[in-house]
Every structure is written in C-alpha cells, then in structure tokens.
Write a protein that binds this ligand. Structure first.
Ligand SMILES: [Zn+2]
Length: 304
C-alpha cells in the first residue's frame, strides 16, 4: 500500500492506495491557513496511522501532491493556503515519521503521473494534463518521463498569454490563459456583464444548459479561450494525448464543440486529429496523483 496525501486549498485528503491505483480508504481534513505546520503535520500523521491500523498490508512509501510551488529540493515555497508550510519539507518529515521513502510533486505534475500510470491514455509517451477549475495548471510527460524545467521547476502552462489586452494576472502577464478561461474568469466576466454577484462557475454552467443567454455567452467565450490555449499546446507539443481535469471539465460537454472548432481552425501544421483529447476518468484523482509521485520515484513497476 502507498500512503497518499493530497494537499489542496480547501482540504487535505489522506488515503491508502494500491499499486494498481485503486483507492483503499481515505479521510479528509480541512486546510486551515491559521494552523501551525507542526500541528497540521501531526494531524496528517494521525490520520495515516489510523488508516494503517484499519487495513492490513505493508506501507511501502508515501506520496504527496500539493497545491503551490516547490523548490528543486522539494521544499514548499510560500503559499497563500498554508502560510506556515513555507520552507518546510513535508515529504522528508513524513518519511522520517514512518521510516519509508516519500515523494512530493506539485498537484498538476502528480495528476499527470497518475494519468500516465493508471488513466485512460496510460503509457502515452507524450502526454499533457490540464486542470481547469478556479485556476489553470498542467503537467507534461515527455518521452515517458515527467517534464521539468530549468532548476527542476514546474512549467506554468496556465500562464501563457492568450490576449495581451486581457486582465492583469498575479504572475506578471496580462490576459494569460488562467485569467481568460478558468472558472474564476468565467464568473468574473458574467459579474461584469450583468450577472448576479453570487453566480459561480457551476451555477453559470447550469444556467447555460437551461438556455440563459448571458450564461450561454459566457460559456461560449470561455470555450473559445479554452480552445485557443489547448490549440497552442497541441501546436507546440503535438502530444499523443491531452487529459482534462478540474471542476470546470466536469461540464466538458458544454465546452467541447467550441474547443474542437478552435483546435481544427488553429492547428493546421500538426496532425491535431490524431491527438486524443478527453476528460480524466480517474476516480479520486488527487489521491491517485499523490500515490503516483511515489511510484514514479521509487516503484520498480514504473518502467515504460
Ligand atoms: Zn498569469
């Protein structure tokens, strides 16, 4: 069994995952920005210990997927959700506590590792995973390996520029993909075009399905920008597969037509129609991703 820890902006999920990617059991704790790191780590340790006491089997190792960025040494960089985790090494600390190897990756990198091991396009030599929810993130598999940038960094696919006249982003750019096509961008646009302040992305998708003209226009606009970004990625990487995850992609059917139109129009120089594009079919993708980080680094079976 692999211990899996999925650190997100609203919750920290702790689970046990089989080598096949099958989830055995899990618990969930709220992410508390006010909580000191040592206390939060004690809660994670206690939760994992309890799961281990409930299920027979050997703990082979621990994998972690986390929101936010990591240094090349796998130390957490400052993170708005977990301020006291800054400069900490949860992988090293959990490895010490349980006397096993532990691995950690950014959650989008963790997700692409899980897709590569256990997803519908498992084994793809060139795979791009994109998560579209409040923000947009992604991970890349190149020649069967997790792609890393200079100094081991995680490339920020969600922050390539789609429209330089678009809204400013905290990354420094204007009109980057995340600011044009995320669930947050969808809700922001509706709010400034006559929608109610409490309309979130989920409700806007519901309203679009019911035929609300403003919601339909907003979904069409988002689909256009989503398609432009995906078309850019397909032109740049010509991957075997593009896997989509995140909350907004639970409504993929609303966006699919316009996205496919954009790709067909924009990707004239690469065989875009050979690229498999689809929504992730993994259950409990966050915990599967966490476990996959360990399998990627320490599991012998990871051998494509
Ligand atoms: Zn940005």
């Amino acid at each position: 069994m692999i211990g899996a820890v999925d650190i997100g902006g609203t919750k920290i999920a702790i689970g046990l995952v089989e080598r096949t990617g099958q989830l055995i059991d899990f618990v969930s704790l709220p992410t508390r920005p006010d909580q000191p790191y040592a206390n939060a780590l004690d809660d994670v340790k206690a939760a994992l210990q309890k799961l281990l006491s409930m299920h027979s089997g050997l703990l082979e190792g621990i994998g972690i997927g986390t929101t936010g960025r990591l240094t090349a040494e796998k130390v957490m960089e400052p993170n708005q959700f977990l301020p006291d985790w800054s400069n900490r090494s949860p992988a090293a600390d959990l490895a010490g506590a349980f006397q096993v190897h532990s691995a950690i990756e950014n959650d989008a990198d963790a997700a692409v590792l899980a897709e590569h091991l256990w997803g519908a396009c498992a084994g793809s030599a060139r795979m791009v995973y994109i998560t579209i929810s409040t923000g947009i993130g992604g991970g890349i598999i190149l020649n069967g390996e997790l792609y890393r940038g200079v100094n081991g960094c995680h490339p920020e696919i969600g922050h390539h520029v789609i429209d330089p006249s678009g809204p400013a982003c905290f990354c420094g750019a204007n009109g980057c993909w995340e600011r044009m096509a995320s669930g947050t961008a969808l809700a922001d646009w509706v709010r400034t075009h006559g929608g109610e302040p409490q309309w979130d992305a989920r409700l806007i998708c519901d309203l679009a399905e019911q035929g609300n003209p403003l919601a339909k226009a907003a979904v069409a606009r988002t689909a256009k920008y989503l398609g432009m970004g995906l078309a850019n990625i397909i032109t740049l990487f010509a991957p075997d597969s593009v896997i989509l995850g995140g909350g907004l992609m639970q409504r993929w059917n609303l966006f699919r037509g316009d996205v496919e139109t954009a790709i067909a129009k924009q990707c004239g120089l690469v065989p875009w129609n050979k690229v498999k594009i689809g929504v992730s079919t993994l259950q409990h993708a966050g915990l599967a991703g966490a476990a996959a980080t360990w399998v990627h680094q320490f599991g012998e079976q990871y051998d494509f």
